[in-house]
Design a protein around this ligand. Structure first.
Ligand code: ADP
Length: 417
């Protein structure tokens, strides 16, 4: 090990992922996953990977000598917000004397408008830019800021780097990012499509190309990143040429709590008929809609799959609406690339839900897409591979995303390690 570790923080809307990565080898030393945040079921799982510098301590015999990583779970109870998780993570690092080897901290940042088109070292201006952009990403930017501030408090001498989700989509052609509204709105306010999940797409595209045996700069694919937030991206020759999210992460697919596309006249309709003001409508579409809104049960895909199997009508409808919209978007994105070599699934749902993959691809037979059900069952829980019949083109692939690795690479470069 190089003694140069990078701590990567990825604060999502209801989850926080952290990774401690050895800069020289790219080796993952510790991962941390907090799920169901802001609910009473919230928990954090720490997973250590075998490493000579990770010193076991008596009360934590759970990770000693296991090359595949041992897990240690903490229920968060009432302290279930992002900040509490960051604190728990830092306590964990200190307990193993790992915090002294950390040389830089990389943060997944969601939205900076047109202020930054690539990763950047954090200073007061960057913090101010993230704050200014909270209206553009109301679920994510506050979580990112909590992560950055917590990191700055505990490691005041370390450089922090922001890696923006929007940066990968700066290659969108003008006709793909332009909204059909008066253009002074773009010129004055930057009102245009930005797209998100860019760090994930930037990692997944070359990995998928490698599996296909193709040069990423000479192939086309549609990538579906399906987590609590979800978007699709058309990638042609390694560049983003279109994507489903827009000026905010609300547009496009049906998500955990976000509606995705709705008629923009929903705003006056709901104001006039339901007496809602703009804040209430925004709250409704961002926090109470999507899988949660349709099912009336949960935003969590796993929970809905279980409920649907037991006959819950709302859960069944939520999964139908979600996969139908997804299939339509995948077909639309294949127009942006002029045909595809592969459809690639990633994100918590894309990597694990054979049901969502199977229901989606079943609607895409006219594109020549097909699933091999045995492979679909097999390629889950962190595995990468083909889930289409052998030799079939376009192929259907699963590639687990690794935004943390991508962020660590940018962080090391900007921190000049
Ligand atoms: P985030 O956008 O918060 O990072 P993730 O990428 O972690 O989200 O994805 C979370 C989603 O993945 C949740 O809806 C969860 O239910 C779903 N998921 C995780 N494991 C499974 C599984 N085995 N089957 C179905 N869905 C799953």
């Amino acid at each position: 090990m190089s003694n140069q570790l990078i701590l990567v923080l990825n604060c999502g809307s209801s989850s926080l992922k952290a990774a401690l990565i050895d800069h020289a080898s790219g080796e993952l030393i510790l991962s941390c996953l907090a799920e169901k945040l802001t609910s009473n079921d919230a928990f954090v799982t720490f997973k250590y990977f075998e490493h000579p510098h990770v010193q076991p301590i008596d009360r934590r015999s759970w990770f000693v000598g296991k090359s595949d990583g041992e897990k240690h779970q903490i229920e968060m109870g009432e302290n279930n917000d992002h900040k509490s998780v960051v604190q728990a993570l830092l306590d964990e690092l200190k307990a193993h004397d790992l915090h002294t080897m950390i040389k830089a901290i990389g943060h997944r940042a969601v939205h900076a408008g047109e202020k930054y088109n690539s990763s950047v070292l954090v200073d007061d201006n960057v913090i101010a830019a993230l704050e200014e952009c909270i209206p553009l990403a109301p679920l994510h930017n506050p979580a990112n800021l909590i992560g950055i501030r917590a990191a700055q408090e505990v490691f005041p001498d370390l450089p922090n780097v922001c890696v923006f989700d929007t940066a990968f989509h700066q290659t969108l052609p003008e006709y793909a990012y332009t909204y059909a509204v008066p253009q002074e709105l773009y010129k004055k306010y930057g009102f245009r499509r930005y797209g998100f999940h860019g760090t994930s797409f930037r990692y997944v595209a070359p990995t998928a190309a490698e599996l296909l045996g193709k040069d990423v700069n000479n192939c086309s694919m549609v990538i579906a990143h399906l987590g609590n937030g979800a978007s699709v991206c058309a990638v042609k020759n390694g560049q983003s040429v279109d994507t489903s999210m827009g000026i905010t992460p609300l547009e496009g697919l049906v998500m955990g709590t976000r509606s995705g596309d709705v008629d923009a006249s929903a705003y006056p309709f709901l104001a006039e008929n339901a007496g809602m003001d703009i804040k209430q409508v925004n709250d409704l579409l961002n926090k109470k809609s999507g899988l949660l809104g349709i099912s009336g049960l949960s935003n969590d895909c796993r929970t809905l799959q279980e409920a649907a199997a037991e006959g819950h009508e709302g859960a069944k409808l939520a999964l139908e609406v979600m996969t139908y919209r997804l299939a339509k978007y995948i077909a639309a994105m294949s127009i942006a690339t002029g045909g595809i070599d592969a459809l690639v699934f990633t994100g918590g749902i894309g990597e694990n839900s054979d049901l969502v993959r199977s229901k989606t691809v079943a609607r895409l037979r006219s594109m020549g897409l097909e699933i091999d059900e045995a492979a679909n069952q097999d390629v889950r829980f962190g595995k990468a591979g083909f889930i289409s019949p052998k030799g079939k083109t376009p192929a259907v692939l699963v590639v687990p995303t690794n935004e943390e690795r991508m962020i660590a690479i940018d962080t090391a470069r900007l921190a000049k390690l």
